[in-house]
Design a protein around this ligand. Sequence first.
Ligand SMILES: [Zn+2]
Ligand SMILES: [Zn+2]
Length: 340
Amino acid sequence: MAKMRAVPVAAPGAALQIVERDIPEPGAGSVRIRVQACGICHSDSLTREGLMPGLQYPRVPGHEVVGVIDAVGPDVPGFVAGQRVGVGWHGGSCGYCDNCRRGDFFACQTFTRITGVTYDGGYAEYMIASAGALARVPAELAAEEAAPLMCAGVTTFNALRNSGARAGDLVAILGIGGLGHLGVQYAAKMGFRTVAIARGADKEPLARQLGAWHYIDSRASDPAAELVKLGGAKVILATVTDGDAMTATLGGLGVNGAMMILGAAGPISVSPLHLLSGKRDVKGWYSGTSIDSQDTLAFSVLAGVRSMNEVFPLDRVREAYDLMLSGKVRFRAVLTMGAS
Ligand SMILES: [Zn+2]
Ligand SMILES: [Zn+2]
């Protein structure tokens, strides 16, 4: 049987190690993808560190996958071998549970497939994915360009386009890391008056280069007060993983403003009076389904939005993962599978 290289996590906390495995066969409704690139996301630590209850090991992480379909299982209309596709966090939905029938496919109750978490993901030369989880990848994007857009990209793009902000509105992006550097670009290209908020003055030139109209150094000034001076934010996109930083910014929401929470952070504290007096909102946002990812890729081509990546061959997976975890990657780490 033909073999592939893959990086399964053997048990919670176990070192990432390349092993040889049989190349899997796609079942009904699934395709096999020859992986070209896979981004490394902070959420991969759920699998690596065993932070998700009930997770079964060994498990291959990776939910920012781009590659080429090389085998198609039975009952897969719409996809053929040779097509370039991407797979993100959302691994498909059943179509018949209550949530699916209400159109909330992301919250499918019976088919809770999370790529690289509840089934094997893209730290491998091949993976199996449900047809419903596939996004078409435009020819204009190289695999390593498209990969980070399958999570960091769709999360920020989809949150912004569903935020209720309209062209010209004041939209603040809290944090300029893996998510935030994309959030600033999408917000600017969508026509929002885009404010970037980060710690330190050193990030200002980059924020401006990414399209920010204004920059707030949250070390040197109170980000909430600065946003109020600008008229109050219609939307604050909270991409940081720090609840205190979110709390410190909430006061900058304008009337009818909403904070969209994307970063998994510690508790935040909100003043009920502040919320009710201005009909303000604090809301979580789920990344999106495969069509949201496909829209993200298409918009990124249209508007010239790109992720800034450090690219590593699969052999250097351990180094790349550790760099991501320590926050030292500028701005997304991407694995490439080499001979593809
Ligand atoms: Zn992710
Ligand atoms: Zn369902």
